[in-house]
Design a binder for this molecule. Structure first.
Ligand code: PEP
Ligand code: MN
Length: 338
């Protein structure tokens, strides 16, 4: 439930409402805003009886929220969330962030070479998977902790914050020690125990959309993290499963403006997993930025033909450099400087 206060409500009246909410065994979260002052009510598992609250001085109205997400919604949180990772900022009015790097961390040399190319092109964050959720058990499963070390080393060497996927709760400690941002992959978007655990820690999270998830399910997954206290969540559209086979997935770009309206959380696009085809990555990256994405995550490999994972959708360093020149002009056109 959302309690909307009168413009002239005093801080004593706010305190009284907060106390009344707490007395009902619920949590009250003040929502400051330039247009209105409201108090979000959290912790209820069903309809909240608002008869007492509605009569308190300073209360204008109560709005019952039936969506499965509240903290993730713009109603509860009108101001945009800016997620800051060592100075790299995702969110409204920030220059879109380019995250790039290989699908999997393969060797120390490969990771250093990839980081060099990402930095040279002007990428701001480095990606690479150490724990890989592969469709079949006979495919390369990732280097595990050894890979995390190579990723961290490459990030340090080229001054790029790093993001990597966590698949299981037990991996969290090691990943937090080596990476600046945790990725939750499409296959784990509804691993609710993992989401809750990630919600209890301070590390920023890149939450990818499940391949068959609706927007409501996507935001409800983010809500699991937010509800535990971690408010640094960046959403990632990575394509959804449709009948179409010509592309790996179907890139649902309309979620970008929709989520920007429905939620205050930043949203980025992964054109690599969305299309599965290197040829489509540059154009869909540009389309994502035009649609209003707060960033893009793409796969870049020093030698895509030899990649152990997702070579067909990976750009070479040269491809990435050429694309970045175009993206810089596009970002300038879109009003982002520097
Ligand atoms: C990835 O980004 O490495 C990945 C496995 O993507 P997704 O979870 O979107 O399939
Ligand atoms: Mn991949």
């Amino acid at each position: 439930m959302l309690i909307v206060m009168h413009h002239h409500a005093t801080s004593e009246q706010m305190d009284q409402v907060i106390a009344a909410v707490k007395a009902m065994g619920l949590t009250a979260e003040p929502i400051p805003g330039s247009l209105r002052t409201a108090i979000g009510v959290l912790g209820n598992q069903g309809y909240v009886d608002d008869s007492t609250i509605r009569t308190l001085p300073g209360v204008r109205e109560t709005i019952h929220v039936s969506k499965p997400y509240k903290i993730a919604s713009r109603d509860f949180h009108p101001e945009a969330t800016i997620v800051d990772i060592s100075g790299v900022k995702f969110g409204d009015n920030e220059k879109p962030v380019i995250i790039a790097g290989p699908c999997s961390i393969e060797t120390e040399e490969q990771m250093l070479a990839a980081a060099k190319e990402v930095k040279a092109g002007g990428g701001q964050m480095l990606r690479g998977g150490a724990f890989k959720p592969r469709t079949g058990p006979h495919s390369f499963q990732g280097l595990g902790i050894e890979g995390l070390k190579y990723l961290q080393q490459a990030g340090k060497e080229y001054d790029l914050p790093v993001v990597t996927e966590v698949m299981r709760i037990e991996q969290l400690d090691d990943i937090c020690q080596h990476a600046d941002m945790l990725q939750i992959g499409a296959r784990n978007m509804q691993n609710f125990d993992l989401l809750k655990e990630v919600g209890k820690i301070k590390h920023p999270v890149l939450l990818k959309r499940g391949m068959s998830a609706t927007i409501e399910e996507f935001l409800a997954a983010a809500e699991y993290i937010l509800a535990e206290g971690n408010r640094d969540v960046v959403l990632c559209e990575r394509g959804i499963r449709t009948f179409e086979k010509a592309t790996r997935n179907t890139l649902d770009l309309s979620v970008v403006p929709l989520i920007r309206e429905m939620s205050h959380l930043p949203i980025v696009v992964d054109p690599s997993h969305a299309t599965g085809k290197r040829m489509l990555v540059p154009v869909m990256t540009k389309a994502a930025l035009v649609a209003g994405a707060h960033g893009v995550m793409m796969e870049v490999h020093p030698n895509p033909a030899k990649a152990l994972c997702d070579g067909a959708q990976s750009l070479s360093g040269a491809d990435f450099g050429a694309l970045m020149i175009e993206l810089n002009s596009l970002m300038e056109f879109l009003g982002f400087q520097g």
